[in-house]
Structures are given as C-alpha cells and as structure tokens.
Design a protein around this ligand. Structure first.
Ligand code: PGA
Length: 255
C-alpha cells in the first residue's frame, strides 16, 4: 500500500496561542493509524520550532511537521527567506513546494520550483510538490497537458529512485478555498492521468509507489468519498485543517 497522507496546510493563519492549542488538540489523539497512514502538519514558519517540540513530546511517530515553503538557494543574503538546511536542522521533515498561491502571488515558475525540489531533497526533506490548473484551463479542457507540463518542467530531471521520495499534491486552483470541490470522479481521473504520466517516464512500478494527494476544499463531509478513489492517496487540506474536529475526521477517512 502506498503512503496515505492527511496533510494540513495552515497557510498564514493562527496566532501562536491558537496554533499551540490546535497542535495540542491534534497531537493528543490516538487514531490507531495503519503503518501506511501518515499525518503531516504544515505550519507557518515561525511556529515550526514549537511544533517540532510538541510533536517530539507527543511521541506520535506517524505525524510529521512540514514547512510551507523554502528558498531555492543554500544560504546567504536572502532577507526574509527560509533555507532547506534550516528546516532540516529543526527536524522538519517535509516542505510544500509550488503551492498555487506561491505560483500565482509570488510568481514562482516551474524552473524555480525544480531548484527548490533539488535543494529540499539534498537536505533529505520530502517535497510535497503541488500542481493544478486554473479555471480557464479546466474550462478549455486542456488541464491534462497543463498539469503534465508542471511535472515535466519541475520534476523530470529527477531519476527513478529520487522521484519516489516526493509526494505530489493535485490541487485544481478553482477548488482551493472556494468550497467548490472537484468531484471524486474528476479527482480520480486526474490522479490516474498523473500516475500514467509518471509511469510513462519512470515505469509503472515507480509510479505506483508515489503518493498523490488531492487538495481543494477537502472537508470532513467529502474526505471519505475522495480518498476512496484508487489513485487518491489522501489530501492536502487548507481551511478545514484549522478546525480540529474537521481535520480529525479527515485523518480518520484515510484508507
Ligand atoms: P483548501 O486549501 O482546503 O482551503 O481549499 C487547500 C490548499 O490550498 O492546500
């Protein structure tokens, strides 16, 4: 069984007091996770250190703390940025790379994201690589080519062994924060396509080992239906991950 992952993306939300309360709520639960199930918490950068401390104290071996971004260079005069090496030194294990908000608001290109993937991997961080199309592309029916290009330009320089170290998140932009979830059929169709694209490049066995998460208005009410699809290996969850009860139910919906 591929890793099935419930990943929380808190984005730029919560004060430290609220963040600590939510971490305490989440980390105090025993979900009796199966060996292939995992919970990842992508918290804002200033909360990574306290989050790691709380996670260590909790003894939750199937929970990981993730950053939401890192910079593409190793170190130096990059005021305001966070390096992959800094994250690794905090015992952060994952980093979201290429979220559509980074692509759209901060103009991150496929080429820049390739560099970010490389530097994250060089410090043994697991990139959660996001891809997904805007509404105009979905309406034009060209979403498959659009998303395949994102993978090609940011990931195809990796060899077959390395690509398996990544988690991919398919997040249609029209479904992010809009309450408009892709149907489970739409999600499955794209995830199956992405896996076939990976299989074409790396072979079916390798493609079969890469977890592909769905993101875009995942909530307690739709998680089970989405996660039950054969190529949907869990979710990257924004808004609903800020509400303990909602995220708890999403974790329990993992297959
Ligand atoms: P959402 O965000 O769950 O609030 O739609 C998902 C994401 O952007 O990762």
């Amino acid at each position: 069984m591929r890793q099935q992952i419930a990943a929380a993306n808190w984005k730029m939300n919560l004060t430290i007091g609220q963040a600590e309360k939510l971490l305490d709520d989440i980390l105090s639960v025993d979900w009796a996770l199966k060996p292939w199930q995992q919970v990842v918490l992508a918290v804002p950068a200033p909360y990574l250190y306290p989050a790691v401390q709380k996670w260590k104290a909790s003894g939750q071996s199937q929970v990981s703390i993730s950053a939401q971004n890192c910079y593409s260079e190793k170190s130096g005069a990059y005021t305001g940025e966070t390096s992959a090496e800094m994250l690794a030194s905090l015992v952060v294990t994952h980093v979201i790379i290429g979220h559509s908000e980074r692509r759209e608001i901060f103009h991150e290109t496929n080429a820049l994201l390739a560099k970010k993937v490389d530097i994250a991997l060089s410090f043994n961080l697991t990139p959660i690589f996001c891809c997904g199309e805007p509404l105009s592309i979905r309406e034009a029916g060209t979403q498959n080519a659009f998303v395949a290009k994102q993978l090609e330009e940011s990931l195809y320089h990796l060899d077959a062994e390395t690509i398996q170290k990544l988690v991919i998140a398919y997040e249609p932009i029209w479904a992010i924060g809009t309450g408009k979830t892709a149907t489970s059929e739409q999600a499955q169709e794209m995830h199956h396509y992405l896996r076939s694209v990976l299989a074409h490049k790396y072979g079916a066995a390798v493609a079969g080992r890469v977890s592909i998460l769905y993101g875009g208005s995942v909530k307690a009410a739709n998680a089970q239906e989405l996660f039950s699809q054969p190529d949907v290996d869990g979710g990257l969850v924004g808004g609903a991950s800020l509400i303990h009860k909602e995220f708890d139910a999403i974790i329990r919906a993992l297959k």
